[in-house]
Design a protein around this ligand. Structure first.
Ligand SMILES: Nc1nc2c(ncn2[C@@H]2O[C@H](COP(=O)(O)OP(=O)(O)OP(=O)(O)O)[C@@H](O)[C@H]2O)c(=O)[nH]1
Ligand SMILES: [Mg+2]
Length: 709
């Protein structure tokens, strides 16, 4: 295979809502590049992009797929992403390395929720966007309405490069505003007929063409001068100027196609070649040390792993973008974080399920390699040095559930499988919670986790079940309290004796020491589960030997790990051990550990104990007209609205909501907004639960523990 130079590469992410035609478009582009000899279709289950078993079964993309194609000396690397919001992580990974996002819009439906969500991500990552209005052959296709919506949602920088003259059944013609010609696309592909613009379209076309010329000239002084002198620009000059607008996210072109009928595809590929940026024309990527890599061969050899997949027969496949230098087969590189050596045993040019070996790859290209020993998504491989590309930020998981194998002997295997999912999916978490004694998995939505369940059952052949996840509550106290405990045992041989007196207080930042019992020694611990524990030694006159203090501490710690109210972790407590008693023969560490533990339990119970619950910051994007329903629902979830901002026709609601009330939120939100809202959530803090909720939690805990006894 030819070695493509940086200028000859176009990296594009195919994004957009559900079933808009991304995979069909990718297939058509691959076909015209000679990468597939026959165009597959979704219905025939033979596209190169949707080849995984689950994708064939559901006729839907689940995972992003890298597909290269070739056009007039250019290599087009496409990353075909799933449109469904639960798989947004795939689009985010792709947007990070793509130099242009092709946002596919279905001309029947206009702007959908997928487009809105992905637009926000493209904006956040500064990725240029080209809109592709697809399915123009459909009887319900409505280009004018689609364009109106595009401008409405994404602003007036949305600029048609083409518009159709006969959208709907029989569609075959567009006015190309760069060429200023009418292009006729035969159904099923074939030679484009180029004709003059019909008289009835002339004025409209002129007006839109001039708007493009002005936009092109705005980006480049030389073009502006030429425009003033001659009043026009050539097609090439326009493409050049518009490309600058595209890179700076000041111009968002609109292209017209019907991918299924192979209409408009080759012209679209020409436009990608002339107007989409090459990797080194983009602003560059930042490293952790603040350097910028511009995808030049003269930049240090640096590859960023943006995706890891597990493929049958191949094992772990790592997808990388080269942000500088050149790499060759069998080259040794270093993982810039772990410093471990990685050999690029093979360089693979990927076209979905097909792969081809290449010997050399230059800066800007996207390829895959296999058999890396210990490098993961988000990590950087370098030739030398320790430069690390700032890793992509993914949204936190927001849908959690507990999972177990139906046959408990499979639980260990299940743990290992979940670990593999974590490697290949940055928006998924799965782990055995020591605290909750449950295996908890979390992802972007119910569908996301259902698909993981499908894969585990079908591919790994383990039957599993979901069940309600527990909430990681915490316990603390709200007032001071004193208690003493004497542990005394004198049966037979050596006895046990230990007595501990303590004062417990609620901890808060910057609090002074209590003055009743002067503090002689102080240790402050940051608890692994959050919060603090302060241990004050206030013993006078050697009432308890210093050597028993660690044992007392150990006893307290044990109880902190299993709080007195509900067995949850305790936090934010100050303990003052101020008195006690020893026995010259019977006192030992075990006795003091038990005395410490029990004294703490007693003091805790009388210190106004409270249950704390995790509160999440929740951010919801909702169409303005649905805001009322979402607010009412939030109230029912004990949510506190912190603020609202409008973004176009959307409202962004910021609220604090207890985790316990977020169960299956994505499913509810989707049903009350017809799938048009999206949300994200992030742990914020622990807060006391209301008294009625506390009573219920304690009651439930006691009932459950009775059952276990
Ligand atoms: N009429 C018509 N149908 C199309 C066109 N392009 C795609 N389709 C159909 O639209 C459906 C979805 O196509 P896909 O290519 O799977 O869409 P997608 O955007 O990749 O879908 P997801 O990856 O699941 O989000 C399929 O039934 C296609 O045959 C088109 O140009 N015209
Ligand atoms: Mg698809």
């Amino acid at each position: 295979m030819k070695v493509y130079q940086t200028k000859e590469i176009r990296n594009i992410a195919l994004i957009g809502g559900n079933r808009t035609g991304k995979t069909t478009l990718a297939e058509a582009i691959a076909f015209h590049g000679g990468v597939v000899s026959r165009r597959g279709t979704i219905e025939d289950k033979n596209t190169i992009s949707d080849y995984r078993e689950i994708e064939l079964e559901r006729q839907q993309s689940i995972s992003s797929t890298l597909i290269y194609s070739e056009f007039a000396g250019c290599k087009i690397n496409m990353i075909d992403c799933p449109g469904f919001d639960d798989f947004i992580g795939e689009a985010i990974g792709a947007l990070r390395v793509a130099d242009t996002a092709l946002m596919v819009i279905n001309a029947q439906n206009g702007v959908d929720v997928g487009a809105e969500i992905q637009w926000r991500w493209a904006k956040k990552m500064n990725t240029p966007v080209i809109f592709v209005v697809n399915q123009l052959d459909h009887e319900k296709a409505n280009f004018d309405e689609t364009l109106k919506q595009l401008k409405n949602y994404f602003g007036n920088s949305v600029m048609p490069f083409q518009y159709p003259v006969n959208a709907g059944v029989g569609f075959d013609s567009v006015i190309d505003l760069l060429q200023m010609k009418l292009l006729k696309f035969p159904v099923g592909g074939g030679k484009i007929a180029i004709e003059e613009i019909p008289a009835g379209e002339k004025n409209k076309a002129e007006e839109m063409h001039n708007a493009l010329i002005e936009a092109a000239a705005e980006n480049d002084e030389k073009l502006m001068d030429k425009f003033f002198e001659e009043g026009t620009l050539t097609e090439e000059e326009m493409a050049q100027g518009l490309k600058l607008g595209i890179i700076g996210r000041g111009t968002f072109p609109v292209i017209c196609i019907a991918a299924k009928n192979d209409q408009g595809i080759t012209r679209f590929m020409e436009i990608i070649k002339s107007s989409a940026p090459a990797p080194d024309e983009m602003p560059g990527v930042k490293t952790e040390s603040g350097k910028t890599l511009n995808c030049k061969t003269s930049d240090p050899t640096t590859a960023y792993i943006f995706k890891t997949a597990l493929e049958q027969h191949l094992g772990e496949v790592s997808f990388m973008k080269l942000y500088g230098g050149e790499i060759t087969e069998a080259m040794d590189m270093v993982n810039s974080i772990s410093n471990s050596k990685e050999r690029l045993s093979q360089l693979l040019c990927i076209a979905g399920k097909n792969r081809e070996k290449v010997e050399k790859v230059v800066a800007g290209d996207i390829i895959a390699t296999i058999k890396l020993k210990g490098s993961q998504t988000g990590q950087t491989l370098v030739k030398s040095g320790d430069e690390e590309i700032v890793p992509t930020e993914y949204p936190e998981p927001k849908f959690r559930i507990a999972v177990r194998a139906k046959n408990s002997s499979d639980d260990e295997k299940l743990g290992a499988i979940l670990n593999d999912f974590k490697k290949t999916d940055q928006t998924f978490l799965g782990e055995q919670s020591k605290e909750l004694k449950q295996m908890i998995i979390s992802g972007q939505g119910e569908q996301h986790l259902n698909i993981i369940k499908w894969m585990i059952e079908k591919l790994n052949k383990i039957d599993i079940e979901f069940y309600p996840p527990k909430i990681p509550y915490r316990e603390t106290i709200t007032k001071s309290s004193e208690a003493m405990y004497r542990h005394k045992k004198q049966s037979g041989g050596a006895g046990q004796f230990g007595e501990v007196h303590m004062l417990v207080e609620p901890y808060y930042d910057g609090m002074p020491n209590q003055t009743k019992y002067p503090v002689r020694g102080q240790d402050t611990y940051d608890l692994a589960w959050g919060g603090k524990l302060v241990f004050n030694n206030c013993i006078v006159g050697g009432a308890i030997d210093a050597r028993f203090m660690p044992a007392i501490m150990k006893g307290i710690n044990e109880k902190m790990e299993e709080g007195p109210l509900t067995g949850s972790y305790a936090r934010d407590i100050v303990i003052n051990v101020y008195d006690g008693k020893m026995h010259p023969v019977d006192s030992n560490e075990m006795a003091f550990k038990l005395a410490g533990r029990n004294a703490f339990r007693e003091a805790f119970k009388n210190a106004g104990p409270k249950i704390l619950e995790p509160i999440y910051d929740v951010e919801i994007f909702v169409p303005s007209e649905r805001m009322g329903d979402v607010m009412t629902d939030l109230q029912g979830r004990r949510g506190v609205v912190m603020g609202m901002d409008s973004e176009g026709s959307f409202q962004k609601i910021r609220a604090k909501v207890p985790l316990a009330e977020m169960n299956k939120y994505s499913t509810t939100l989707s049903s009350i907004t017809s799938g048009r809202a999206s949300y994200g959530m992030k742990f914020s803090e622990y807060q006391q639960v209301p008294a009625d909720v506390q009573n219920e939690i304690i009651k439930k805990y006691e009932e459950e523990n009775k059952e276990e006894d």
